[in-house]
Design a binder for this molecule. Structure first.
Ligand code: SF4
Length: 247
């Protein structure tokens, strides 16, 4: 069932399904907040770079000491790389991450006057910052449109028939075309929560999923998927609110 994924239905149907998924996710996860501990854009950028191939929990264990020792981009830019490696070692790929953190801080100081830029084209010029990281910073730190596509967002978007793309940038563009820009960031956060809690990569729990009746990939018997998009089920409408927080 989870082999080749295709965007299901016509463009109009996919747009309607995207709108329904958006509405239901808001009910299911009323609070969608970034789980990476941070107090400003530099700290969020730092934590997001460290979160590559690492859990948010682990990142949150190392950042307090890192932020305490290097509280500004200026101080991080002048840091000894060996010391930064030591501080971020447990997040994995620590040599590359330490190099990118110092390079990122240099870029902010040298080219952006010490302030994290909010423009995506500027953000992705910084070492270690790709579109996903840039979109996290834009949506979380600056409250600007930004739709981070990580492994959860990509997988769920395909399973839900919202895209057939494997490439993260193409997934981002497909989703962005169907959703209001003001919703992009929280939509991503909520899909990540749903991916972590219900729609597991290997064992999706379709029986517990409030999207099952509109999900083309549901493993539930077809009879339970007969409801049309837009006619929200009583079960879903009354779904128990899940506390939500991520990243
Ligand atoms: S119905 Fe199953 S495959 Fe579809 S979103 Fe829910 S858990 Fe994932």
């Amino acid at each position: 069932m989870f082999g080749v994924m295709v965007a299901k239905g016509t463009v109009t149907q996919r747009r309607a399904r995207a709108a329904e998924v958006l509405a239901r996710l808001k009910q299911m996860y009323p609070e969608a907040v970034c789980e990476l501990t941070h107090n400003n854009a530099v700290q969020l950028l730092t934590a997001t770079i460290l979160s590559a191939q690492c859990t948010d929990v682990r990142v949150n264990m190392v950042t307090p000491a890192l932020f305490a020792e290097f509280p500004t981009a200026e101080l991080l830019a002048g840091a000894d790389i060996g010391r930064v490696e030591e501080l971020v070692r447990s997040t994995g790929f620590y040599q590359t991450k330490a190099k990118n953190l110092i390079g990122m801080a240099h870029g902010i100081v040298d080219r952006f006057g010490g302030e994290v830029p909010s423009d995506l084209d500027d953000l992705i010029t910084l070492p270690g910052v790709g579109r996903k990281t840039a979109n996290v910073v834009r949506s979380v730190a600056f409250k600007l449109p930004g739709l981070p596509v990580d492994t959860h967002v990509g997988r769920l978007s395909r399973r839900l028939g919202l895209t057939s793309q494997e490439d993260a940038v193409k997934v981002e563009h497909d989703l962005a075309a169907m959703l209001p820009p003001t919703e992009w960031g929280e939509f991503s956060l909520r899909l990540i929560l749903h991916g972590r809690r219900v729609c597991d990569a290997k064992k999706p729990r379709c029986g517990e999923c409030d999207l099952a009746d509109i999900c083309p990939s549901s493993e539930l018997p077809r009879v339970k998927m007969a409801r049309s998009v837009g006619s929200r089920s009583k079960k879903t409408a009354g779904a128990k609110k899940r506390r939500s927080s991520t990243r």
